[in-house]
Design a protein around this ligand. Structure first.
Ligand code: NAD
Length: 732
């Protein structure tokens, strides 16, 4: 069975329908391209066909994009000359789309048949690149549809002509957010942006497209006409010059040069703008190949597309019946509880939000009201959706309201006594089938579970702040947590459309365990006299959203001091972070608590806007005369985290490296271009990683000691994904 079929109408319009078997949305694969080309050839050669409409057999969508596994396969199958294989494969795609675009015209732009794209809804990636090659794009007025080119989000860029065509259609300036940020629009906004040509009522989509095809329209693309001028100007045109200089600065400002795809995209656009269209396509293909050959792109695709999706679909879900949540309790209506109530109610779950006082519970619910008000202002919500959402949240102090809940998430103060009391009171009301989850960030789940007489139904569901923005949820199994509790947590996370990782119970679980050494390494360097700007900028140039010192300011020094004190108390003499405490406790004493105090590693103005680094820091910890080089600082920051991730794997806290990688990127913004800590170690190679560990240990101390697992892998020149990826035999 083929994904594309064609029906030739009596009116002379051939309708090609894309309908990928077994998928809810169309995705393009190798065979799909061949099938599409064969049908186009047939239609162009058939004198009875006046024109073509390409549409989709899926309700509400045209296509979700390219099956990214295909791209991974393209490179892996390309033999000894992967770059050549990739380039030729990409040029093959160009040839098919160019055939559509030329519609059978001769060199003089004579003859030819109009080809329209009719999009019932969502059209992403190749699902928009094909329409861009058509002569007119009709989109159904489907406000839920998303139209755009999101490739940059997974470390590549639109490489089937989308880059070159969009820039020529809209101009570099207007195309920039669509290409560089992967911005998606609904059909109406896509029309305003100039991406689609017409938005029509869904029921009239095919008729309108047919009508247009039969209207004998002009089909020559502007860039195939003599004297074509790019909207906004080419690079050496005065206006174009400003655009390109600005775009280059913007891209480097945003990416800090850490993301190869953004740079390659910009080069393809700039160089392509200087030459005729067909040469521009070739340039696009070369840069696309360059990106696909970069290990960063395969690592990003693997973590941010393939594995993220696998985890969301329940790759590590135990076998248990559907555990979808219908009614849940949220204990504590503070910062976290309010956010948890919001995202749960958004998912259609009935929420009972409990706090000690009615005002506190109401305040927690008001958070959802404020959130929806902002949505209404931005046109993303309506008074009706707001009312329906608020209707689902009952703010109360009355535990009896929890009756019938099948999940309770506790987010009260980080105090074992308070948590135990709340757990006991909840369990008196809810039935035996209810799963009880704690959102603690620091307390061991197995200890908290002692407050319950059914520890198999007790689990950690650890959200990140702000809940509505952060995509990761860490699920923590206590020693006695049962399979149904894990399934419940996973089904719940799926309902609220976040990405789960499942880890075992150990100090700070997984994410915080790795973030803390990152922050500590930054602070340690301050104590050594490394300048703060070097520390934070080194991190940002690695692709971290904020450097470690700025991160401390955002999360607050007193939180750091509290964690340090608790860790010290728990670890006793083995506590390794004295040098860090010297800085933290001193800052705390100086009242430099971070952004919330308008004073931290940075100064802030009256409005809370961040200024430069605080000069008092340099007085207390003077910068050393000789500063370390950038790579040394970067490696200290990277190894501090990745070695912790390796230890978490070694100790069985992490059971799946995919979770380690996806969790790192989504949880704390770990250098996304690298694909995560394990992918990064694979990129640099385990032998080199072990060698660097030895050097860093000699220079900076034991915390960089090479974990036994990494040492063993280095000796055998193994990679993490060969040894630990699911479904692969352990490589010898
Ligand atoms: P918060 O202080 O903002 O909120 C706690 C709420 O719990 C308060 O409204 C308080 O009145 C309420 N509360 C206290 N005792 C109660 C009781 N006996 N019954 C009912 N309500 C009670 O704290 P938060 O930042 O929302 O943190 C809550 C939990 O989430 C903590 O365990 C914390 O470790 C964890 N957590 C916090 C973050 C974060 O970034 N803040 C991130 C992940 C997890």
């Amino acid at each position: 069975m083929t994904d594309f079929t064609m029906e030739k109408g009596a009116d002379g319009v051939a309708v090609i329908t894309w309908d990928t078997a077994g998928k809810s949305m169309n995705v393009m694969n190798e065979q799909g391209f061949l099938d599409l080309e064969a049908l186009i050839d047939d239609a162009l050669a058939d004198d009875g066909v006046k024109g073509v409409v390409i549409t989709s057999g899926k309700e509400g969508s045209f296509a979700g994009g390219m099956d990214l596994n295909v791209i991974a396969r393209m490179r892996d199958d390309a033999g000894d000359e992967p770059a050549r294989g990739l380039f030729e494969g990409v040029m093959g795609m160009h040839a098919i789309l160019r055939k559509i675009e030329r519609g059978g015209m001769d060199d003089k732009n004579k003859g030819g048949k109009p080809i329209a794209a009719a999009l019932p809804g969502t059209a992403l990636g190749i699902g928009l690149e094909i329409p861009l090659a058509c002569h007119r794009i009709f989109a159904a007025d489907n406000p839920k549809a998303k139209i755009g080119l999101p490739e940059i989000m997974v470390g590549i860029f639109p490489g089937a002509g989308g880059t070159t065509r969009l820039v020529r259609k809209l101009g570099a300036m207007a195309a920039a957010p669509l290409l560089l940020e992967g911005k998606l629009n609904d059909p109406k906004k896509a029309k305003t942006a100039g991406v689609v040509d017409e938005v029509v009522p869904a029921g009239e989509l095919l008729d309108k497209a047919r009508e247009w095809v039969l209207s004998e329209p002009a089909i020559v693309k502007p860039w195939d006409e003599k004297g074509y001028k790019m909207p906004g100007g080419e690079p050496y045109h005065p206006a174009g010059f400003m655009t390109f200089v600005g775009a280059s600065a913007m891209v480097n400002g945003k990416t800090q040069g850490a993301f190869p795809a953004a740079k390659a995209l910009l080069s393809a656009v700039y160089e392509g703008a200087l030459v005729p269209f067909d040469t521009a396509l070739k340039i696009e293909a070369r840069w696309f190949t360059n990106v696909l050959m970069n290990p960063s792109s395969s690592a990003m695709i693997r973590s941010l597309f393939i594995n993220k999706e696998a985890l969301e679909k329940g790759a590590n879900r135990p076998d248990a019946p559907d555990q979808k949540v219908k009614k849940m309790g949220v204990m504590g209506a503070g910062m976290m509880g309010a956010g948890i109530a919001l995202v749960s109610a958004q998912a259609g779950i009935e929420v009972v939000l409990i706090d000690q006082k009615q005002e506190a519970a109401d305040k927690g619910k008001a958070y959802s009201a404020d959130y929806m008000d902002k949505g209404i202002k931005r046109g993303k919500a309506t008074e009706d959706t707001k009312a329906a959402l608020l209707d689902r949240i009952t703010a109360t102090t009355d535990y009896a309201a929890l009756e019938g809940c099948d999940l309770v998430v506790e987010a009260v103060f980080e105090d074992p006594g308070v948590k135990a009391e709340v757990t006991g009171k909840v369990l008196e009301v809810v039935g035996p089938d209810c799963i009880f989850a704690t959102n603690t960030s620091t307390l061991p789940i197995s200890e908290l579970a002692k407050a319950s007489d059914s520890p198999e139904s007790f689990i950690g569901i650890h959200f990140f702040s702000p809940v509505e923005k952060m995509h990761l949820v860490e699920i923590i199994k206590g020693k006695k947590t049962g399979a149904r509790a894990v399934a419940k947590a996973l089904d719940y996370v799926r309902q609220i459309r976040k990405t789960p990782i499942v880890v075992n119970d150990a100090r700070f679980f997984y994410a915080n365990r790795c973030i803390i050494p990152y922050i500590n390494e930054g602070i340690r360097m301050v104590a050594e006299g490394v300048t703060p700007a070097l520390i934070d900028n080194a991190a940002r140039q690695l692709g971290f959203p904020v450097g470690p010192l700025q991160l401390v300011d955002e999360t607050s020094i007193d939180l750091g001091a509290k964690i340090a004190r608790a860790t010290k108390a728990a670890m006793g003499d083995a506590y390794p972070d004295g040098a860090v405490d010297e800085v933290i406790f001193w800052m705390e004493g100086e009242g430099r608590l971070g952004r919330k105090a308008n004073a931290g590693f940075f100064d802030y103005d009256d409005k809370g806007k961040r200024q430069g680094y605080w000069s008092g820091l340099a007085e207390r910890f003077p910068p050393a005369d000789e500063q370390p080089d950038l790579t040394e600082v970067q490696h200290r920051l990277m190894f501090a985290q990745v070695l912790e991730a390796v230890r978490a794997l070694e100790e069985g806290v992490l059971e799946d490296i995919r979770e380690g990688d996806v969790g790192a990127i989504l949880g704390w913004g770990f250098a996304p271009w690298s694909g995560g800590p394990f992918s990064w170690l694979d990129i640099i190679g385990t032998p080199y990683a072990a060698e660097r560990c030895d050097q860093l240990e000699a220079a900076h101390g034991e915390r960089f000691a090479c974990p036994a697992l990494l040492r063993e892998m280095a000796e055998r020149n193994q990679s993490f994904y060969r040894r630990f990826a699911p479904d692969t035999e352990a490589a010898a």
